[in-house]
Design a protein around this ligand. Structure first.
Ligand code: FAD
Length: 416
């Protein structure tokens, strides 16, 4: 069996893996990425948040992504029964990026991986991690290529950015169930020929279809638009349709906000289903490894937090790995896990508030104080580490309190 030696082995060439690899490589360490699939490959997660631009900048990716001409995204629009709540990132409370992109992930992720290669980082595609043995913080990882050839990679540290593959949690039994209820998505890409008659493409639109069921509309610069329904698995079970395409078409027909624009549109691919995506692990680090991106904790797609949490966790992890390889002692729990969980926990409060209907009360009340709206806008832009923002600092209580005040105001103002 061939043997190779690197300082850092990165598992996965998604946003998490590539951001981490680039930052460690820039610090002068020898890095290699192993990636199970051949790129470009499909993965869901197409609407980015402004906060991820800081991680992409740190990794040196922004110029290459900009050159691809992806659709720029300046905000988010929420719609319920024809009532619209618009957020523009330019109005947000936190200083930072006020735009980002909406991307077909196959092209976006390939751009990041190609940029890594152009920096001199080898990316081995169609190469799957099958085994890892740790000896202290040193490790020997066995990988297998598409022809069944095995190689052993000796590394001083491993960064696991394997996303839904969850390599280290699975190999070492670290996975634990997420506390969130299981949800399901049915989605496709559409040839959005009527787009200009309906709305500008420069933001994500989220449509509240029924309590607990919502739709994403994510236009790309190519004229194709990503469209997906998310909800309780029982909701889909109750829908008519011989196959997933028929089911999605009847769902579109049943939602007034979508029916005219997406009626009879061409689907770019047969609708796909994803479900039970929420997951977490007992630990985000161990001697010789750190988990980043989706391998840590992924909650729910509602606020497009996935790629932002993936890139920001990797940005932090990579800097800690560099310090560790330079001989520093790292308190991983304080410097890594707690920071990642700060962001995850803010999003968790908003995800729960969304499915409980608390955010509906706030978003569609029509009595939204601009200062508060700007603070919530920063959360939606991914600035979930800004402790100056009361809607970050008191994430668990602030939105509930606000919804109560709005409801009270509605009661007081309602005719007797
Ligand atoms: P990934 O992008 O999954 O990359 C991991 C890579 O590791 C893959 O390429 C995989 O092939 C590779 N790998 C796996 N196993 C192995 C192995 N054994 N050996 C080698 N390589 C391996 N996020 C957003 O930001 N915006 C959205 O709009 C959004 N919408 C979503 C909608 C749905 C329905 C769902 C379920 C998720 C959504 N997400 C969204 C979340 C998003 O998909 C993820 O958070 C994001 O892709 C995580 O990036 P990552 O780099 O951690 O993992």
């Amino acid at each position: 069996m061939n043997t190779e030696k690197v300082d850092v082995l990165v598992i996965g060439a998604g946003p998490a893996g590539t951001v981490a690899a680039s930052i460690v490589n820039k610090a002068g360490f020898k890095v290699k990425i192993v990636e199970k699939q051949k790129f470009p490959r499909f993965v869901i997660g197409e609407s980015l948040l402004p906060r991820c631009m800081e991680a992409l900048t740190d990794a040196g990716f922004v110029e290459a992504v900009e050159a691809k001409g992806f659709q720029k995204k300046f905000g988010a629009k929420f719609v319920k029964n024809g009532v619209i709540c618009d957020y523009f990132f330019s109005d947000q409370f936190t200083d930072g990026w006020n735009w980002t992109w909406q991307v077909p992930r196959s092209e976006f992720d390939k751009t990041l991986a190609d940029t890594c290669e152009s920096m001199g980082i080898p990316v081995h595609y169609e190469t799957t991690v099958t085994d890892i043995k740790f000896n202290g913080s040193d490790s020997i990882t066995t990988v297998e290529d598409i022809d069944g050839n095995q190689t052993q990679i000796e590394a001083r540290f491993i960064i696991d950015g394997s996303g839904y593959g969850r390599v280290i949690p699975k190999l070492f039994n670290l996975d634990k169930p997420s506390g969130l209820p299981q949800r399901k998505a049915l989605f496709t890409h559409t040839v959005d020929v009527k787009r200009n008659l309906f709305e500008e493409p420069n933001r994500i639109t989220i449509v509240v279809h029924k309590p607990g069921v919502w739709v994403w509309i994510i236009p790309f610069s190519s004229g194709v638009t990503s469209l997906g329904f998310v909800g309780d698995p029982d909701f889909f079970a109750g829908y008519e349709g011989a196959d997933d395409e028929a089911k999605l078409r009847s769902l579109i027909a049943a939602e007034p906000y979508l029916s005219e624009r997406f009626k009879d549109v061409e689907f770019v691919f047969e609708p796909r289903i994803l479900q039970a995506w929420s997951s977490t692990t007992n630990t985000f680090h161990g001697e010789g490894f750190v988990l980043t991106g989706n391998v840590t904790e992924f909650l729910d797609p509602i606020f497009s937090s996935g790629v932002t949490l993936a890139t920001v966790s990797s940005q932090n992890a990579a800097k800690l790995v560099v310090r560790k390889l330079n001989g520093e002692d790292i308190d991983w729990e304080t410097e890594y896990t707690e920071k990642v969980m700060q962001g995850v926990d803010v999003f968790r409060s908003y995800v729960n508030a969304w499915y409980e209907g608390t955010l509906d009360t706030i978003f569609f009340s029509g009595t939204f104080v601009p200062e508060i709206k700007n603070q919530i806008c920063s959360v939606l832009a991914g600035y979930v580490w800004d402790q100056q923002n009361p809607y970050v600092k008191n994430h668990d209580t602030a939105i509930k309190k606000l919804a109560r005040i709005i409801k009270l105001g509605e009661q007081i103002n309602s005719p007797v």
